[in-house]
Design a protein around this ligand. Structure first.
Ligand code: ADP
Ligand code: MG
Length: 662
């Protein structure tokens, strides 16, 4: 760091009688500057030698195009020479990095441009304050100093006006106040009167003379001889060469103060200031910011809502399957992965009894199905009959709501008794009590002895209550007319051992049948399959939502690129007044982060709100923290990444290039 530049000027002694007592402030030797535009190389400065001493009032005069502004940009450290050396208080600035040059601009120079170069979106006072923002002057002190400077320049009534509400002369006075904000030890004025009427021009010149008398070093650049004559020392340049230079003149003002500045900025105050600037910029383009915000809101909200719906659907299916019993094994006839031959006639009631003898088996239940017509009075109802055993209620953990289920004794005596599902009971009997009444099942009279509790629909939408249960023996003989089973339902005692039991059942049936003409599935595997399907759905929904989040991110990137491009000149002005790279980077990054963070928060609220509204329409919704964190995190990361790229672009701009942009 070269913090002590101002405090320790290189010790130099007077070089002969002509040289003044003071050491030179600025010493240029052999400065050239060439611009390369593709193949074309334009050399603008051809070896400038120049020494400027503290407290001088120097005018550099020359025709338009002679290279005055190019020279001024180099003097003010806005640009670097192509060759030659520039010593500032004895120190070679070639060794300074961007931020050290920025410090020099912030602490030593004050610029006054022909076109004023004020920030259009900021008030006069805010414009004057910019250099102090970057030197870390506390806000209250800064406001007071800016007001005081503006008042001294006759603009006490204009502090809250924007540049567009001020006349040219007033704007130029604002820019002089800005140049003085950090002390304005060296004022670099490039054609300060060029855009002004003669009266305003004279006022500006009077101000510069006054500042010179107060000890400021003034470097005035002009193409008008009369203007230049007002300086102490007139240096004439032509075609990039010094034509005449009377040499250093004794200063008029008091000894200039070059005590070092104390940089009072801190990372925190920098961030706060960058945040303020960012918020002001967002407010200036409120509508555009809101549209961008909307992109993020939609992205985040849809991720949250979609995942809540997906998870809700999954949870519902899992609940339904669990309700069917996770302790169940279902044995079906038919070899696994075999089609074409009749494989349905393999399971018989003896298999059921054999399975019941295995360890860990609570119940082994035969099931046969048939489509039947039930009749009670004048009412017909088509439903499915399930011919099963008395242990069915135990196996399926499904009880009767009224009456009783049939018993083993009913089975043994081929009883014509029936137990109705809720749907069937309601269809035939409405609100009346069916117990004790006779119904015709395929024209065979059965006495209703019980009604099951409601069970609801399966995950695949089948109404489990649209059913009639009859004893296996009766059903097999009188309804289905066959002895082979549709399936065997096996309930296990200990679910933890279900895989072992499944293996035992498999071994037993293989031994009994000689071939593997059956399949066994357990509910756990069904849940796994269904969960997988539902996860696919959730991923699909999530992907669609994530795409909209990316689109939102691209929106942020777009607005930031526009914002940077649109405000390139402002960036140049900030750099000329001493902004460090990180100041510019932070300003634009915070702008992007504010948009995406606010968008993310609103998105979370909208997403949860939409999920709640959807839930009120009986769609299952599962809230979880993960999608919320994920979506907000993504929005924030999007802002960070898509904001960082344009912000970096802005921070890396060359001050001269940025200032020259329209
Ligand atoms: P002055 O301020 O004395 O009118 P300038 O220093 O602005 O002159 O420009 C001097 C010459 O350098 C002009 O001929 C101009 O076209 C040229 N010039 C200035 N900047 C560039 C650049 N970035 N690229 C190419 N040529 C440039
Ligand atoms: Mg010029």
């Amino acid at each position: 760091m070269k913090r002590d530049t101002f405090g320790s000027p290189a010790p130099r002694t007077a070089q002969g009688a002509a040289a003044p007592e003071r050491a030179p402030l600025i010493e240029l030797s052999g400065i050239t500057r060439s611009f390369v535009n593709g193949e074309v190389v334009t050399q603008v400065l051809h070896g400038i030698d120049l020494a400027i001493y503290p407290g001088e009032f120097v005018a550099i005069v020359g025709a338009s195009g002679s290279g005055k502004s190019t020279l001024m940009n180099i003097l003010g450290c806005l640009d670097r020479p192509s060759s030659g050396t520039y010593l500032f208080m004895g120190e070679d600035v070639a060794g300074f990095d961007r931020d050290e040059l920025a410090r020099l601009r912030r602490e030593a120079f004050g610029f006054v441009f022909q076109s004023y170069n004020l920030i259009g979106g900021a008030t006069a006072r805010e414009n004057v304050e910019v250099p102090a923002v970057y030197s870390g002057m506390p806000p209250a002190e800064r406001h007071a100093r800016a007001e005081q400077l503006l008042a001294a320049l006759g603009l006490a009534e204009r502090t809250r006006n924007r540049p567009s509400q001020l006349s040219g002369g007033q704007q130029q006075r604002v820019s002089i106040a800005r140049a003085l904000m950090n002390g304005g030890r060296i004022i670099l004025a490039d054609e300060p009167t060029g855009a002004l009427d003669s009266k305003s021009g004279e006022e500006v010149m009077k101000l510069l003379r006054q500042l010179s008398a107060e000890g400021h070093t003034i470097i005035l650049i002009t193409h008008e001889r009369e203007v230049a004559e007002q300086a102490q020392r007139v240096i004439e340049i032509r075609d990039g060469r010094v034509l005449s230079d009377p040499g250093p003149q004794p200063p008029q003002g008091p000894e200039p103060d070059f005590t070092p500045h104390i940089d009072r900025s801190s990372p925190l105050s920098d961030v706060i200031e960058a945040g303020r600037t960012a918020l002001r910029a967002l407010r200036a383009n409120l509508f555009r910011a809101i549209l961008t915000l909307l992109g993020i809101v939609i992205g985040v909200a849809s991720v949250i809502a979609m995942l809540a719906i997906g998870d809700g659907a999954k949870q519902k299916v899992i609940d339904q399957i669990s309700a069917m019993g996770t302790n169940l094994l279902t044995v079906r006839p038919g070899a696994p992965n075999q089609r074409g031959r009749d494989t349905t006639a393999t399971l018989v009631i003896e298999d059921v009894r054999a399975i019941a003898e295995l360890p860990n088996v609570r119940a082994s239940v035969p099931e046969q199905g048939a489509s039947v017509t039930l009749r009670y009075g004048n009412t017909d109802q088509r439903t499915s009959a399930n011919a099963t055993s008395a242990e069915y209620v135990l196996a399926r953990n499904w009880d009767v709501a009224s009456g009783t289920f049939f018993s083993t004794a009913d089975e043994a005596r081929y009883a014509t008794v029936a137990v109705l599902g809720q749907t069937t009971a309601r269809a035939l009997f409405a609100d009346a009590d069916p117990i004790g009444h006779y119904v015709l099942v395929n024209n065979i009279p059965f006495q209703v002895i019980g009604v099951m509790t409601p069970k609801g629909a399966t995950p695949w939408g089948q109404d489990q209550d649209d059913i009639v249960f009859v004893p296996f023996t009766t059903g097999s003989l009188r309804l289905t007319g066959q002895r082979f089973l549709r399936n065997v339902t096996v309930a296990v005692e200990d679910v933890a051992l279900i895989d072992d039991t499944q293996a035992e059942v498999s071994k037993l049936l293989l031994a009994r049948h000689g071939v593997e003409d059956f399949q066994i599935r357990n509910m756990a595997s069904v849940i796994a399959t269904v969960t997988e399907t539902q996860n696919t759905l959730t991923v699909l929904l999530g992907t669609v939502a994530a795409i909209s989040l990316i689109v939102g991110g691209i929106g942020v990137m777009n607005i930031m690129l526009v914002s940077v491009t649109e405000r390139t000149r402002e960036i140049g002005i900030r750099m000329a007044t001493g902004a460090r790279m990180r100041n510019i980077l932070q300003q634009f990054l915070i702008e992007a982060l504010v948009v995406s963070a606010v968008g993310g928060l609103i998105g979370v609220a909208v997403g949860l709100g939409s999920a709640a509204i959807i839930a009120s329409f009986d769609t299952p919704i599962q809230y979880s923290v993960m999608p919320v964190v994920l979506a907000f995190g993504c929005a924030f990361a999007t802002g960070l990444i898509f904001g960082w790229l344009p912000a970096r672009k802005a921070a890396r701009l060359d001050p001269v290039v940025a200032l020259a942009s329209e």
